[in-house]
Design a protein around this ligand. Structure first.
Ligand SMILES: Cc1ncc(COP(=O)(O)O)c(C=O)c1O
Length: 371
């Protein structure tokens, strides 16, 4: 937790309980893409709140509209199977889907990826001492060359037990590492050859945070399942599971829950996606990427790691420099970043003003250089 009480927010700024304004490079864990309290999104949410909050097992108009709008950004080979409230729930559903579809019960992912914090989803990437036994965590390309890693994955698949393999295309919560598109395509082909469901988790990267509507579709990866979250709701709790049309979603996969396909969430998704198009978010994120690279690259000469894409950047300070202390100093300078003890993440909203983007980046740079 960052020691800052937030009273209100607007577009790219946060106002603290002490009345001080901060440039927001955190954007609610990277979920705000068209600005805090975006007017069109607020109006859609308010109108829906005045009409229908929850429909249970019944149909409602907003759901079909949200489905169609999400699909319109993607490839017609995929359909929205379900909308949930959190990324973790969407990932949990894909675990059940894979188990039913393949008849197998073990799962695999890469260490230090992020797929959620339920017992099962956290077991895909972390071993905190309580990881489930049939969850396998492989190293990633930062510690093993891609061909060796593929060979290790194939040996695991030869056991015949793996139902699904989970990929976070850019490791946005840890160090920002990503594998080559060729590696991802080979891994997905390997999944297909061994009857393993391939799941690409685009909860953070998707809908333009990393510059693409979908990283996997933009790179011709063609996985079985793609998960979105964060940006599709501009900070409202909603996630989406997109499944290849060749896979039939059955009751045995236990789809839906009390708050799945919630009318408020669907209204927000519709308004957010329309704003993403109207505001040309894709172009805006390209400008952010160019500006970050221009401004922050000098840190590399001082031994800092800088990885990411679009409006998703991870700074890794050199050994001996605490990212947590740097994050606090950057906060003191008036910029809220998303920091842990090892990394500082810069996740501005796509609608950040040029003035705030430049001022924020300069404060990050100055603070790091002066440390
Ligand atoms: C790539 C990725 N997947 C899944 C999740 C989990 O989403 P949620 O926190 O909404 O459960 C996150 C959260 O940060 C994430 O970054």
């Amino acid at each position: 937790m960052i020691d800052l009480l937030i009273e209100s927010a607007s577009n790219d700024m946060l106002v603290g309980g002490d009345g001080r304004s901060y440039i927001d490079f955190q954007s609610g864990y990277g979920s705000v893409i068209v600005g805090h309290r975006n007017k069109a999104v607020v109006e859609a949410l308010t109108a829906q709140a005045d009409k229908l909050w929850i429909a249970g097992k019944c149909q409602h108009n907003q759901l079909e509209q949200a489905r169609q709008l999400i699909q319109s950004f993607l490839n017609p080979e995929y359909s929205v199977a379900e909308l949930y409230s959190t990324g973790m729930e969407a990932l949990e559903f894909s675990l059940r889907l894979a188990a039913v579809q393949t008849g197998k019960k073990a799962f695999a992912g890469f260490s230090l990826s992020m797929h959620g914090k339920s017992l099962a989803t956290s077991s895909l990437s972390w071993d905190n001492g309580f990881a489930l036994p049939n969850f396998h965590r492989l190293p990633f390309v930062d510690s093993l060359p891609e061909p060796e890693l593929l060979a290790q994955i194939e040996r695991l698949f030869e056991s015949g037990t793996i139902a699904a393999f989970f990929i976070e295309p850019i490791q946005g919560t840890a160090a920002g590492h990503q594998a080559s598109p060729d590696f991802y395509r080979s891994l997905i082909a390997l999944c297909a050859a061994y009857n393993v469901i391939s799941v690409v988790d685009e909860v953070l990267t998707g809908f333009f945070r990393a510059g693409y509507a979908s990283f996997s579709l933009d790179h011709d990866m063609s996985p079985d399942v793609i998960i979105f979250g964060k940006s599709i709701g501009n900070g409202f709790p909603v996630s989406a599971v997109l499944v290849k049309n060749s896979i039939e979603v059955t009751p045995a996969m236990l789809p839906s829950s009390t708050y799945s396909a919630n009318p408020l969430a669907c209204a927000v998704v519709c308004a957010t996606l329309k704003e993403i198009t109207r505001l040309q978010v894709s172009e805006k994120v390209g400008v952010i990427q160019a500006r970050v690279l221009e401004c922050i690259t000098p840190l590399k000469e001082e031994g800092y790691g800088l990885r990411g894409s679009g409006a998703l950047w991870v700074i890794e300070p050199p050994a001996g420099v605490s990212a947590g202390q740097l994050g606090e100093a950057i906060l003191e300078a008036g910029v809220v970043t998303s920091y842990t003890d090892r990394y500082i993440r810069l996740l501005p909203t796509a609608t950040i003003t040029e003035i705030n983007l430049n001022a924020g980046l300069e404060k990050v740079l100055e603070t790091c250089l002066g440390y």
